[in-house]
Design a protein around this ligand. Structure first.
Ligand SMILES: Nc1ncnc2c1ncn2[C@@H]1O[C@H](COP(=O)(O)OP(=O)(O)OP(=O)(O)O)[C@@H](O)[C@H]1O
Ligand SMILES: [Mg+2]
Length: 297
């Protein structure tokens, strides 16, 4: 499987530039699309799912231009939009049967597939209940099931873990890692921990630009040796925050514990202690550092 995105830009009516010249190549595996709110994640995913057209650029799937030939991709696509709507009066079983029919699937194999999928997303017990009585997380799980109906080769899920409780998140992760074989899965999130354990590569986007596309360990390497913690007094905090790139602060007895990035090579505080860097540190570094850098251009 090969997806090739070249120089994609998207300008919405009204002049909003949501994607700026994005290029990336991805083969089999799980690509995590990471970026803050408004970064352009959904815009890019809608283009890949052939829902909208880019203003410029090209997308090829297995060498086929999908902007010119969207049906070639739609046949092998499973897509979960961010604002996934369901039919409130249908039950999960009815809804999946209905969607299967739209995709031209019927018969015993399809019934078995739906049964297995309901089991995978833990909705077997409620499969005959109307969806309107479901929680947000349960609805999201129907969305995940419908993505997998036609055994897709390209799976695009826009914030699939939103609304899932910790137990269901683990279940979702296991489900994805079981999807072995010739597949490419693209997941978006603005929460690093949602994708860091399952993504084989991560693309960080911000302000419509691709900041980095790399293996998680390579992204992590970018901040290794640059993350510190220091114990600050209340009165120091504001000034410190204006000088350092704070990742987060935690109240401690008599003051604050600040976690921050320091690439200067000089200690930023007398209590500065190096700590082990995480992928979240790397993500925040990328998003804030590059944003600042481009603001000065
Ligand atoms: N249909 C549209 N018309 C005009 N502007 C849009 C449209 N859809 C998105 N935008 C704008 O494009 C930018 C990128 O939006 P997009 O939804 O792709 O971001 P996102 O990364 O998915 O954000 P979120 O994490 O909030 O889902 C935002 O500034 C948004 O306001
Ligand atoms: Mg979005």
């Amino acid at each position: 499987m090969r997806l090739s995105i070249k120089n994609i830009s998207k300008e919405y009516a009204g002049g909003k530039l949501a994607l700026r010249n994005i290029s990336l190549e991805q083969q089999n595996g799980i690509l995590g699309l990471l970026g803050p709110n408004g970064a352009g994640k959904s815009s890019l995913m809608r283009i890949l799912a052939t829902i909208t057209q880019p203003t410029a650029g090209s997308v090829h799937w297995e060498g086929i231009d999908i902007l010119k030939n969207p049906n070639a991709l739609r046949r092998v696509l499973g897509y979960l939009p961010q604002d996934f709507g369901v039919y409130p009066n249908l039950s999960p079983q009815e809804f999946l049967t209905y969607l299967a029919a739209i995709k031209g699937m019927s018969g015993r194999a399809t019934r078995q597939r739906i049964e297995a999928l309901l089991e995978e997303v833990n909705l077997t017990e409620v499969r005959h209940q109307p969806i309107r009585t479901f929680s947000g997380g349960m609805r999201q799980r129907i969305g995940i099931a419908q993505v997998l109906l036609n055994d897709p080769r390209l799976i695009i899920m826009d914030e699939p873990t939103v609304g899932l409780d910790p137990e269901e998140r683990v279940r979702f992760r296991n489900l994805l890692s079981q999807l072995s074989g010739e597949r490419l899965v693209i997941l978006s999130s603005h929460i690093v921990s949602d994708i860091e354990t399952i993504a084989s590569s991560i693309a960080i986007i911000n302000g419509g630009s691709l900041l980095q596309h790399n293996y998680p360990h390579e992204i992590l390497q970018g901040v290794e040796g640059k993350v510190y913690e220091a114990l600050l007094e209340e009165a120091e905090l504001k000034d410190f925050a204006s000088r350092q790139q704070i990742i987060h602060t935690m109240r401690r007895q008599g003051g604050w514990m600040a976690r921050y990035l320091n690439a200067s090579g000089l200690p930023a505080h007398s209590t500065e202690t190096p700590v082990r860097a995480t992928l979240e540190d790397a993500y925040l570094w990328q998003v804030s550092h590059k944003a600042k850098a481009s603001a000065y251009v």
